[in-house]
Design a protein around this ligand. Sequence first.
Ligand code: 4AD
Length: 550
Amino acid sequence: MSELYINETSGVDAVTASGSKESPFQTAAYALYVKEDAKLFVYKKDEETDGYVEISASALKKGKKGAESLKKKAEKAKLAEAQKAQKDADEAAKKLEALKIVIKQDESLPEAKKGKIRDLKVDQRFKVSGWIHRFRAQKGLAFIVLRDGTGYVQAVLSGDLANAYQTQTLTLESTVTLFGTVKKLPEGKQAVGGIELVVDYYEVVGLAPSGEDAFTNKIQEGADPSLLLDQRHLALRGETLSGVMKVRAALLRAIRRVYEEEGLIEVTPPAMVQTQVEGGSTLFKVDYYGEESFLTQSAQLYLETCLPALGDVYCVQESFRAEKSHTRRHLSEYTHIEAELAFLTFDELLKHIEILISRSVKYVLEDPVAGPLIKQLNPDFVAPEAPFKRMEYIHALDWLNEHGVPNEDGEQFKFGDDIAEAAERKMTDDIGVPILLTRFPAEIKSFYMKRCSDDPRVTESVDVLMPTVGEITGGSMRSEGLEELIEGFKREGIKDYDAYYYWFIDQRKYGTSPHGGYGLGTERILAWLTNRFTVRDCSLYPRFSGRCKP
Ligand code: 4AD
């Protein structure tokens, strides 16, 4: 039996200590763990002793217990280490096996037809490329959901193809080219489109990162909206955002189709301008070779100049508004669908707007891609049918007052008050159907609007209001006479109109006409169609105050 020494203050419980008087252990438990039958001496400093004394019976008992648990812990750690070593060895062996598998194309198979996912046909061999949208691998079997913009398809890899190292290390968002035969899914099995691509060979085009940099670490569902906006380029790959963008494309296609049917032609006015259309407070200034210019708020004035040259016209172009308010329906840059029509009455303008909205929505719903997407994104959507409900501004004030909705000062609405966003939405949501809100007072509208002949306080103007978003369209008849136009410039405090608006004024000189038009916010109509909370979700790369990236 040997002697071991313990010093609670200067001792250490580690292999660096020997347990001698010069190099004592710290605890009795550790000393007994090192040598079970050792005789223990504990360092004590008091009046009687200043050195090592034999351990007390109770301390020894406690030490034995501690030694027991240290022993168990050590055994456990040893076992875990052995298991880990075994696992590493297994994995290394597996990797070696997997690396040995060479993926080769079987030349005896029929030639694979290059195609997009939407082209896939049952029982044909295809070569299809895309991004790995979802991935699951197990021994002998791997499933890829491939995405290529035209759709999604489930691909199945089995045997060597699944076990190969290349497959075992695939990551989400990697690009691959798959070769395989399209099969109808057996009863009871589920996948998009009811088909499956049985892969016989594939190549990795670009392997996306794994680990910390993995796609799923960059884009997390429910993450802070501003973080997701920083990663918009990646977030766009998601099913919802890309779905909204596909509906957007179908909507613009449908709008152009209706314009074609209605005989309007497309023009592309400039975006850099020196005139305001919708008030000076939302103008973005541009230094144009030293001259003051702006990013266009609306192409309207230019469209008006096209009427005598081209007849009824439209454009689909970006408009810019330096909106300081952070609301769910305002962007700094948005895609503005605008049209201008000559020789028509206000009532004809309203009917034209109803046709545009109801028919383009019908076309979108009939679209094989966008129709099902709207069902998915907005299952309760009901297509609006013309004629829409019509309501005059003055009657909207009555409605708001009767329903206890206050104006911006917290008071009852009175003639001349602006109907702000919240009040407008409350009314539209309560009424629950599209509304053509007409005849706004001249003072709260732009300089160019034509006054009503039966009540010159108000204008031949219209806002189209939709449940859940509110205003999606603003339009009006335009003042035809020179005097009325000049009065508008003065009312709005627009200076130097002779110098800056001479070309617009000329429209009233060289063959004026009754005419009118409107602007439709693409992101607003889309938010209504796809039931998005904010127009930000309906723009590819939304711009609003504080956000101009990516
Ligand atoms: O009502 P607004 O300002 O009308 C005009 O610009 C007219 N000059 C158009 C014309 O008659 N040619 O804008 C028209 C529509 C609004 O109804 C709304 O849908 C959209 O453009 N809009 C915006 N969308 C997103 N963000 C903003 N900041 C918007 N401002 C207007």
